[in-house]
Each structure stands twice: as C-alpha cells, then as structure tokens.
Design a protein. Structure first.
Length: 223
C-alpha cells in the first residue's frame, strides 16, 4: 500500500530544517576566528579540494540511478556547469586550481593535501548517497542551498590572507549558484510518499551534519 504524501511538500519541510542554519552559523564562527595566515587558509583549501573533486562523480552517479528523464535532465544541468559547459578551462575544479595558484598558494599544498578523517567521511557520504536517487536528491539539495555560503566564506578567508579580491572561483559560484538551487528545487517538486520524503529529508540532514563536522575539524587544526 502506498503511503499518502505528507502535508506540505518536500521543499516546505526542508525549509524548516535547522541544520543548515547551524552550518551557516559555524561558517560565521570560523570567519570570526581570523584573520588567518596563508598557511592556515591553505589547510582549508586543501580539505575543500576533496569534495570539490568528487562532486561531478556524485552528480554523474545520481543521474544514472534517477528514474525519470525529467530528473536526469535537471541534474545534468548542474553537472554541465560544474564541468565547464563544454570547456575544460571553465570547469569548477580547474577554476579553483588556477584561482588559488594565482593568489599565491602552492598547488601541491591545496590540490594534493592528505584528507582529514572528517573530509573522508564527507566524500564517503556523497558516494553512499549516490547509490539511491532519493538519498542523492537530499544530498544535492543540502549541498546547493549551502554552497554559496561556504564558497563565500572561503573566498573571504583567501582575500584576508592574500589581499586578493579577484577570485574567479567565487565569481562563477555567484553567477551559477542561483540556477543550481532552482534545479535542485525542481527535482523535489514531484509528489513523494511519506517514506520517500523522510529519506530525502534525512539525507539532507546528514549532508549538513557532515559539512558541520568537516568545518569543525578544520577549526581544530588551524585555530
């Protein structure tokens, strides 16, 4: 027997979740502990590179397990932008590397850093979530609604440590993130059963909790 949909759609339920607010508050706390040295910010950059590098693989796996053409099309738009809209030089990972190298960070320090335990847990969470489309949708939504806050925080830390204000990696997120949020919202607009909705919401909560742990571990190391 199919469960009836919950009262209020999935997006309305997620909008009432508090973990995203906790993540944003944690970012504000991190910024308040600065200014940080170039070496300290380099630690942040080195850990961020790992989920950044895996995110296109997560989206690809999510497309593969998504049951409808509409959902696959929506997710593929984010993947297309993440990978540079057909131009490798515009892929987010490539822009990240060139932005931080131009800001004076050694590529080996931020693109080949050993991941912390919480960073490994974060990437593993993405991998597990992409095995099922409902969990993957929760992770994708949880990421996109918090991504600009996380990117902006890192951009501010880089700017304070280097006096660099021209950061193309931040700029591309400011340009594309509203579209990513809109796409994520579209994937959650179909009517889901109670059990399906619970799985999506639980996954979004897990996503935010993993990111909170990621930044808390960074604080422990650099402060």
């Amino acid at each position: 027997m199919t469960s009836a949909p919950l009262v209020g759609d999935t997006l309305e339920v997620l909008a009432r979740e508090n973990l995203r607010n906790q993540l944003v508050a944690g970012l504000a706390s991190l910024k308040s502990m600065g200014p940080f040295s170039r070496e300290q910010v380099g630690v942040v950059l080195g850990q961020w590179f790992h989920p950044l590098h895996y995110f296109p693989a997560f989206l690809s796996r999510l497309i593969a397990v998504s049951p409808s053409l509409e959902m696959q099309t929506h997710i593929s738009r984010i993947l297309w932008q993440e990978l540079g809209e057909g131009e490798v030089c515009k892929a987010h990972e490539r822009i990240y590397i060139t932005t931080m190298a131009d800001a004076g960070f050694e590529r080996e320090a931020f693109a080949q850093a050993r991941p912390f335990d919480k960073t490994i847990e974060l990437v593993a969470g993405y991998e597990r979530a992409s095995e099922d489309y409902l969990s993957g949708l929760g992770f994708m939504y949880g990421t996109e609604v918090a991504d600009l806050a996380m990117v902006s925080t890192i951009g501010e830390l880089v700017g304070e440590a280097t006096a660099r204000r021209d950061l193309p990696w931040v700029d591309i997120h400011i340009k594309q993130e509203p579209d990513h949020v809109d796409v994520s919202n579209k994937t959650l607009r179909p009517a889901f059963t109670v059990q399906q909705q619970k799985q999506i919401i639980a996954s979004a909560r897990q996503m935010w909790a993993l990111w909170i742990g990621f930044f808390e571990r960074i604080k422990e190391v650099i402060v």
